[in-house]
Design a protein around this ligand. Structure first.
Ligand code: TMP
Length: 209
């Protein structure tokens, strides 16, 4: 059986990732593709519950290293599920993943390579769709500022770290300025179709960059 496609949607806070992952799932369903959405952080697991407290309660202090390792551990909680869905021929859509993990923590000043280390060995996406907005746009969106990292200067640093992945083979930048939700959805769908139509190699895993 051909394995499923591992698709990842990434971007800064309030860039429309959740809207687009939902819309991608609807298109996959209409196309007869059996697909599962997994959002990180997955806040309902034991580690996810701690992450949720950390993100929503500024009085709950963790060192940057501890927070980073919890986000990574949260991905490892789901790693076997992702691998087995893919091996069963299912498509998996990820709303944030390793790239957010590395970008947010290295933006705080932790070394980039150190940030990637605990994620080495996790399934690697066939395609990463990075939603790129003008900085000013996401910070003016409704809800911005409600969680720990939603601070304009910090978002700019995260963007710089995300862009370090842009030469990776699986990376596609989706420019979303002045585009409607439907137009962005079409760009994502086109990129997905190209990837899905290619012959799939064995599943890849994260290794050193
Ligand atoms: P969310 O708004 O997509 O639920 O993500 C919550 C916040 O967690 C968001 O500001 C990005 C941040 N984050 C990390 O710092 N490290 C990670 O590994 C992940 C997945 C998210």
């Amino acid at each position: 059986m051909t394995r499923g496609v591992l698709v990842c949607i990434e971007g800064l806070d309030r860039t429309g990732k959740t809207t687009q992952t939902t819309s991608l799932l609807e298109k996959l369903d209409k196309d007869g593709v059996d697909a599962t959405l997994i959002k990180f952080p997955e806040r309902t697991t034991p580690i996810g519950r701690i992450i949720n407290t950390y993100l929503t309660d500024t009085a709950f202090e963790l060192s940057d290293q501890s927070a980073h390792l919890l986000f990574s551990a949260n991905r490892w909680e789901l790693a076997e599920k992702i691998r087995s869905l893919l091996e069963d021929g299912k498509t998996v859509v990820l709303d944030r993943y390793v790239y957010s993990g590395v970008a947010y923590s290295s933006a705080k000043g932790l070394p980039f390579d150190w940030c990637l280390s605990p994620d080495i060995g996790l399934p690697k996406p066939d395609i990463v769709l990075f939603m790129k907005f003008k900085q000013e746009e996401n910070v003016t969106r409704e809800g911005f500022g409600e969680e720990r990292y939603e601070v304009a200067e910090f978002q700019q640093k995260v963007k710089t770290q995300f862009e370090k992945f842009q030469n990776e083979d699986n990376w596609r930048t989706i420019y979303v300025d002045n585009k409607s939700i439907e137009e962005v959805g079409e760009m994502i769908w086109t990129e997905y179709k190209v990837t899905a139509s290619r012959r799939r190699e064995a599943l890849q895993y994260f290794s050193k960059l």
